[in-house]
Design a protein around this ligand. Structure first.
Ligand code: OAD
Length: 229
């Protein structure tokens, strides 16, 4: 069995979904316009602050019953579930799914924007928003996959393998709009797996799925996976 999760998975923990309207200071921007290398290079401070805001928000919330149910199932039925997530918030991992495949990286870490030189050393970064190498000026950036960037090769290969070999794929809390992640559901279906979408709203994957469960992840998963007792 495989599960592909998206931003809706963390919605009930209080993490806004990716395509929700942004709130407060960020209401004037669309997430899609901030999550690109071009946006970062054009205004590193602004994009870094947006990620800082999201990091603080994530640090203040907890995994919900849906994350916990998937982690419980993974432990209870060792080796039977491959969890693939588009989320960068680390909530699956905090719930106990340490082996979740993070297709879009992690917001909890950062890395160098440009190829690091000998002078680029994290022990010696110049603080700021974003921090930089004091010698060459190379910037730190969040270790997430931005629009237009390739997914981590090993994570994508492992996710693809899970999609090819599963008998059931749960597609949870994702709009199904972003590829290659959404393509995993098609791969699973072509290989003969049952595909079940769990989402309170319509998604781009509804038509290809065998079944759509119009429920919230935190409500549905404990019951569906037998983790509610
Ligand atoms: P979206 O924001 O596009 O979609 C969130 C989905 O969650 C929607 O379909 C909602 O209906 C659904 N949803 C909301 N609350 C829910 C709940 N309680 N239970 C279940 N579903 C719920 O987020 P993603 O599909 O994850 O990638 O977006 C995919 C990728 O787009 C993101 O990982 C991000 C962005 O590009 C990158 O930044 C690379």
């Amino acid at each position: 069995m495989a599960a592909l999760t998206g931003a809706g998975m963390s919605a009930e923990s209080g993490v806004p979904t990716f395509r929700d309207a942004q709130t407060g200071l960020w209401a004037q921007f669309r997430a899609e316009e901030l999550a690109t290398e071009a946006a970062f290079r054009a205004d590193p401070q602004r994009v870094w602050r947006w990620y800082q805001y999201r990091r603080e928000l994530i640090a203040a919330v907890e995994p919900n019953a849906g994350h916990r149910a998937l982690a419980w199932f993974g432990k209870r039925h060792s080796g039977r579930l491959t969890l693939v997530t588009q989320n960068v918030d680390g909530l699956h991992q905090r719930a106990g799914s340490g082996d979740a495949i993070a297709l879009h990286g992690s917001i909890l870490q950062d890395r160098w924007l440009d190829q690091p030189r000998a002078c680029c050393d994290v022990r010696n970064i110049e603080p700021g928003a974003p921090p930089r190498c004091p010698v060459c000026g190379n910037l730190r950036r969040p270790d997430v996959v931005w629009f237009g960037e390739a997914l981590p090769t090993r994570a994508l290969a492992a996710a693809d393998e899970a999609a090819r070999s599963c008998d059931l794929m749960l597609v949870i809390g994702t709009s199904g709009m972003v590829y290659p992640a959404a393509g995993l559901a098609h791969v699973a279906r072509r290989q003969g797996a049952l595909v079940v979408v769990i989402n309170p709203a319509e998604t781009e994957l509804d038509e290809m799925a065998h079944l759509c469960v119009r429920e919230r992840a935190a409500q549905c998963l404990p019951w569906l996976l037998g983790a509610s007792h």
